[in-house]
Write a protein that binds this ligand. Structure first.
Ligand code: 9MR
Length: 684
């Protein structure tokens, strides 16, 4: 695949390392925990999955660590009966031992570790290992993957793509993985890309950062934009689980399957259709009243190679016979996939990225085009309309803010519409960055297509923090996040001005913990979405809903309460001057040796709104709060004072506000039962 770029912006084109390949998908079986979470999400109820660790916080927790210093293989085993896996004192990354794999006869052979009882569903793990070739072996590359099975269905998922190993030195391989499918077999393994060199691994770790609950009290995006357009996110199965699922159902009224409906996922081999992940996503959407965009029926990427092979297995050339074969495969694919989801999908990206403004006719020279001309587009729309008559049919592309690109797309859509091809809408992907595109160019794109009488959608929006393809930061500064917020706001202002033409705006991802921009155009830290890696709201979120980001006010309220903490806490515990109508629910959401997570809801049982709140209580057993969300807090001795944030200070009569925290305990963890609200005892 040839990376391409004709304009500023992050750019993309090739499959990034770690992308899911054309592997077989499992048959569908929704685990009980997932069903429980879906139902809970549908009800808007926060629950802890039994499969999810109940701890929360920001420090990584080690789930597995093997350093081989005890002289054993620490449960690592060979993948086959050929190779030998043994503890070795020959070399070590740290200490004196490592694990050696020798006698390999195939490149896929290597050391493997059973994770079935260790890895939890829906938790994002960082998996890392140090790998080294035997002395004297020529440089080669290795990759680290997960093999998961359910019954007879086997999947191989790359966690760390091909990584060069140099003779005589250790290389760290590190990547993230979230188990999103039910399994009855689960292992991690290391193999080489080719060849059969012996190699060593050492200091393998599998860690995770415990989830923080989502912010339950911040405005839901789907409510904020209810009068403008549905708002969506692109997701995979991992985004349906736990806190991710809660975030998705709280904020979004439409979703797109980021990969699960593409050709490589739905028809990996000819006429064998698999919908495991896509069906799970659609079921979640239906259970949570979220509309589904279909993405995508025809693309030049993520299409298995068999599609473009002629009857003899050779790559297709432009002959009449091949054109007939390719169009019949296309028709069969769309008949099945769009037909399968005829009642579930309200809009399909029928064709994706067919424009190349560098060509004199503006048409991408994909195999689709070179073998069939424009007929693949005509066929795709005609068949989609026939089998999914209720779906809006879209042509989707990136860089429509670039004049030459949008003009080429406009000309194509005009021509096809004049031929009677059923194109209902134009999708603007809107992959941008902190400086690009401008509001003026975005306005020009939406204005141009309004004149064509088609619907429009923003289909894949994200805002990279980088403006080039080479920079890389270890941390992203607050300034950069503020610049990102400004860009988001500028573009959403344009969308709002065009809301009559726009039938949805979709972000290309749910939160910064999972975005294609972490591996494209290079592997680097990128944070392009509205929610951060812990699923908490970013300045970009606050900018598009038109409210000040509480990041600043959190600090302000924390320092303000710090300066008054002595008197505030005294009044909370000792000098409550009366009673006020409120009911506080305090619960321990999870507890483990030394730590716990608390959840507090303040109910206003009076008849007037509470405008700004300060809640106080006293811990009986020396518990200490370490971190608190949806409020500012101080703790003086055993007395705790929590103050509202800008966005959750008002509690309407009959309404409630809630916050959560992480704390430490020792011996006993008695829950407080009496509280003060704004200096008065909570009663009622
Ligand atoms: O988000 C998708 C990513 O996980 C895949 O690895 C990638 C590879 O083709 O495709 C990504 O989604 C693309 C979308 O389907 C079409 N427009 C560009 C998106 C980002 O590459």
């Amino acid at each position: 695949m040839v990376p391409r770029r004709n304009a500023p912006g992050p750019g993309y084109g090739a499959n990034p390392p770690g992308a899911k390949g054309t592997r077989m998908r499992t048959s569908r079986r929704v685990p009980v925990a997932l069903l429980a979470l879906s139902v809970a999400a549908a009800l808007g109820v926060g629950v802890w999955s039994s499969a999810t660790p109940v701890k929360a916080g920001t420090a990584p927790v080690t789930a597995v660590s093997t350093d081989f210093e005890d002289g054993t293989t620490q449960n690592w085993a060979p993948r086959s009966t050929d190779e030998t896996v043994a503890n070795s004192p020959t070399v070590a990354h740290d200490g004196t031992h490592s694990l050696a794999v020798t006698d390999r006869t195939e490149s896929w052979q290597g050391p493997t570790l059973d994770l079935l009882d260790t890895m939890e569903l829906g938790v994002q793990y960082t998996i890392a290992a140090w790998v080294r070739l035997a002395d004297g072996d020529a440089s080669t590359s290795a990759r680290l993957s997960v093999e998961r099975r359910l019954g007879d269905a086997v999947n191989y998922e790359t966690v760390v793509g091909d990584t060069t190993l140099n003779a005589g030195s250790w290389t760290q391989m590190s990547g993230t993985y979230t188990l999103a499918n039910d399994v009855d077999f689960l292992t991690v393994y290391v193999e080489t890309s080719d060849g059969t060199s012996s190699f060593f691994i050492d200091d393998f770790t599998m860690t995770y950062v415990p989830a923080i609950p989502i912010e339950a009290d911040i405005p839901a995006l789907k409510d904020v934009f209810a009068d403008s357009f549905p708002i969506g996110a692109a997701v995979g199965r991992a985004q349906l689980l736990g806190e991710h699922g809660q975030l998705l159902s709280k904020h979004f009224s439409t979703l797109t399957a980021g990969n699960a409906m593409k050709w490589d996922a739905t028809e990996p081999t000819e006429d064998a259709f698999t919908y495991t992940d896509a069906d799970a996503i659609v079921a979640y959407a239906n259970a949570n009243d979220i509309a589904v965009r279909g993405h995508t029926l025809v693309w030049h990427n993520q299409t298995p190679s068999w599609v473009f092979q002629d009857a003899s297995g050779a790559t297709m050339t432009a002959t009449e016979e091949n054109k007939t074969l390719l169009l019949s495969r296309l028709e069969n694919h769309i008949r099945n996939v769009a037909g399968h989801y005829a009642d579930d999908i309200y809009a399909w990206d029928v064709v994706n990225e067919v424009i190349d403004e560098g060509q004199s006719d503006g048409l991408r020279r994909s195999t689709w085009y070179t073998v069939t001309g424009l007929d693949y587009i005509r066929t795709a729309f005609a068949v989609a309309r026939e089998v999914a008559p209720n779906a809006k049919l879209y042509i989707n592309d990136y860089n429509t803010t670039v004049a030459a690109k949008r003009d080429a797309l406009y000309d194509l859509v005009s021509q096809l519409k004049s031929e009677g091809i059923p194109i209902d809408g134009v999708g603007h992907q809107m992959h941008g960055n902190v400086d690009w595109p401008s509001a003026a160019d975005t306005d020009a794109a939406l204005t141009k297509f309004a004149a064509l009488g088609v619907e429009q959608q923003v289909t894949e929006m994200d805002i990279s923090v980088y403006t080039d393809s080479t920079s890389s930061h270890d941390t992203i500064s607050a300034d950069l996040l503020a610049r990102q917020a400004t860009r988001y706001q500028a573009l959403f202002d344009v969308y709002a001005a065009h809301q009559a033409d726009l039938t949805s705006v979709t972000l290309w991802g749910l939160a910064d913990d999972d975005t294609w921009l972490k591996t494209f155009p290079i592997t680097r830290l990128d944070l392009p979405l509205l929610f951060d890696e812990q699923l908490q709201s970013k300045p970009a979120y606050w900018s598009i809903i038109g409210q000040p980001s509480p990041t600043a006010s959190t600090t302000a309220s924390a320092s303000a309460s710090a300066s008054t903490s002595a008197s505030a806490s005294a009044s909370a515990s000792a000098s409550a001057s009366g009673t006020t109508a409120c009911a506080v629910t305090y619960s321990v959401a999870g507890q483990w040796p030394g730590g716990f997570q608390g959840a507090v809801a303040i109910g206003n049982t009076g008849t007037a709104a509470i405008n700004g709140w300060t809640l106080g209580w006293t811990f009986a057993d020396g518990q200490q709060i370490a971190q608190l969300w949806n409020g500012g807090f101080t703790q003086s001795g055993s007395t705790v004072t929590v103050t509202s944030e800008a966005w959750n200070g008002t509690i309407a009569a009959g309404g409630s506000a809630s916050f959560g925290f992480l704390g430490s305990w020792d011996g006993t963890n008695t829950m407080p039962t009496s509280f003060t609200l704004n200096g008065q005892t909570c009663s009622g």
